[in-house]
Design a protein around this ligand. Structure first.
Ligand SMILES: *[C@@H]1O[C@H](CO)[C@@H](O)[C@H](O)[C@H]1NC(C)=O
Ligand SMILES: *[C@@H]1O[C@H](CO)[C@@H](O)[C@H](O)[C@H]1NC(C)=O
Ligand SMILES: *[C@@H]1O[C@H](CO)[C@@H](O)[C@H](O)[C@H]1NC(C)=O
Ligand SMILES: *[C@@H]1O[C@H](CO)[C@@H](O)[C@H](O)[C@H]1NC(C)=O
Ligand SMILES: *[C@@H]1O[C@H](CO)[C@@H](O)[C@H](O)[C@H]1NC(C)=O
Length: 299
C-alpha cells in the first residue's frame, strides 16, 4: 500500500515548515479544489469575500486567458461567480466556456509559502465532458491565506478548437438558427442574447451601457469580433460574455465591462501589456533564505 503523499510530506517537512504550516496549505488546496467545482461554487460565490483569499485588495490573481484581478471580491466573482452564474444564473443557457467539475491532482510542489499545483479538471460543455489541465502557483501569507495566484490553462486554444465545433450543432438547435449558420455566428448569437438580456435586466440608470437591447445586439454581434480564447480579456464578444454572469452581483462594477468601453477589463491590451507582471512579490522559494534579488548577480 502506498502512503498518502501528504503524510510523506508532513514527515519530511518536520520543523522546516514555519508559517504558513503545511497543514494550512494542504487544507486550502483541498477546500479550494472542492469549492471551485459545480455545484459547490454556488455557495463559494455567495460568500462574496472568499475566506481562502487575503482580505480587501491584498490578493492579486491572474488567469492567463482572461486577465488580472485585484481584491477579494473581484477574485471571488471571477473564480466562483462566473461559473456558478453560467450554471444557475438569471438566464441559464448552454455555457460557452463549460462548467468545472471534479479534479485530480497531477503534480504538487510545496516549499516555504509557495505551492505549485497541476490538476486535470473535467469541464462540462453540455455536448461533452472534457478534461482541462491547469497549473496554478499560490503564494500564502503567514496565516496560510492566499495573497497571490497565477493560473494557466494548458493548450487552451486546442481545448476550444476541439469543443466549439461540437457546440455549433447544439446551439443551432437551441437557438432555432438556419442549419448552415457558421460556428462563429452560432456562438456569437448565444453570447449576444445572454449578454444583452442580462444587460437589459441588471444595468439600469447610470449603469446602462446601451440605448436599447437592439443597440446591444448590434454592437455585440456586428461591431466586435467573437475573439479567440486568448482574447477573453480583449475588446471581444467573448470577454463581454465572461463578464455577464457578474452583472447581478455588482452592476456598478461590472456593467461597463459588457459595454462599448469595456470598462477596465474588455479592451485591447497590447502584447507587451499582456506580459506585464502584476504581482507585488515573486513566486519564489529558494533554499537557505536566498532571494531572487540576492541571486541576481549569479544568474
Ligand atoms: C467584502 O469585502 C469588502 C472590503 O474589501 C467590503 O466592502 C464588503 O462589504 C464585503 N462584502 C461582504 C458581503 O462581506
Ligand atoms: C471525475 O469523476 C469521474 C467519475 O468518477 C471520473 O471518471 C473522472 O476520471 C474524474 N475526472 C477527473 C479529471 O478527475
Ligand atoms: C452536463 O451538463 C448537462 C446540461 O446541463 C447535464 O444534463 C449533465 O448532467 C451534466 N453532466 C455532468 C457529468 O455533470
Ligand atoms: C471596441 O471596438 C468597437 C468597434 O470598433 C469600438 O466601437 C469600441 O469603442 C471598442 N472598445 C474598446 C474598449 O476599444
Ligand atoms: C533564515 O531566516 C530565518 C529568519 O530570519 C532564520 O531564523 C534562519 O536561521 C535562516 N536560515 C538560514 C539557513 O539562513
Amino acid at each position: 500500500m502506498r502512503t498518502p503523499i501528504y503524510i510523506v510530506l508532513l514527515v519530511l517537512a518536520g520543523h522546516a515548515f514555519g508559517a504558513p504550516s503545511l497543514e494550512q496549505m494542504l487544507g486550502f488546496l483541498k477546500q479550494f479544489g472542492r469549492d471551485i467545482s459545480y455545484p459547490a461554487n454556488i455557495e463559494a460565490a455567495k460568500s462574496i469575500n472568499y475566506t481562502g483569499f487575503s482580505e480587501g485588495r491584498h490578493i492579486v490573481g491572474r488567469v492567463d486567458v482572461t486577465g488580472t484581478f485585484i481584491g477579494r471580491e473581484l477574485n471571488t466573482e471571477y473564480i466562483f461567480g462566473l461559473f456558478s452564474g453560467l450554471a444557475t444564473g438569471a438566464s441559464t443557457s448552454t455555457p460557452l466556456v463549460g462548467i468545472p467539475l471534479n479534479q485530480t491532482i497531477i503534480d504538487l510542489v510545496i516549499e516555504n509559502n509557495l505551492m505549485i499545483v497541476t490538476t486535470r479538471r473535467d469541464f462540462n460543455f453540455t455536448v461533452a465532458v472534457v478534461p482541462t489541465v491547469w497549473q496554478v502557483k499560490f503564494l500564502f501569507n503567514d496565516e496560510g491565506i492566499v495573497t497571490q495566484y497565477d493560473a494557466i490553462v494548458y493548450r487552451a486554444s486546442a481545448l476550444f478548437a476541439n469543443i466549439w465545433p461540437r457546440l455549433r450543432k447544439h446551439l443551432i438547435k437551441e437557438l432555432g438558427l438556419p442549419h448552415h449558420t457558421s460556428q462563429t455566428m452560432a456562438i456569437k448569437i448565444r453570447a449576444a442574447r445572454d449578454i444583452c438580456s442580462q444587460h437589459e435586466e441588471y444595468c439600469l440608470g447610470p449603469n446602462k451601457q446601451f440605448e436599447s437591447k437592439e443597440a446591444c445586439m448590434r454592437f455585440v454581434l456586428h461591431k466586435i469580433p467573437l475573439g479567440e480564447i486568448w482574447q477573453a480579456g480583449q475588446n471581444t464578444t467573448l470577454c463581454r460574455y465572461i463578464h455577464t454572469p457578474m452583472l447581478p452581483l455588482r452592476p456598478a462594477v461590472h456593467c461597463p465591462h459588457v459595454g462599448p468601453t469595456g470598462g477596465d477589463m474588455c479592451f485591447d491590451h497590447s502584447y507587451e501589456t499582456l506580459l506585464e507582471n502584476p504581482f507585488p512579490e515573486p513566486f519564489a522559494a529558494l533554499p537557505n533564505n536566498l532571494t531572487l534579488a540576492g541571486l541576481a548577480g549569479q544568474l
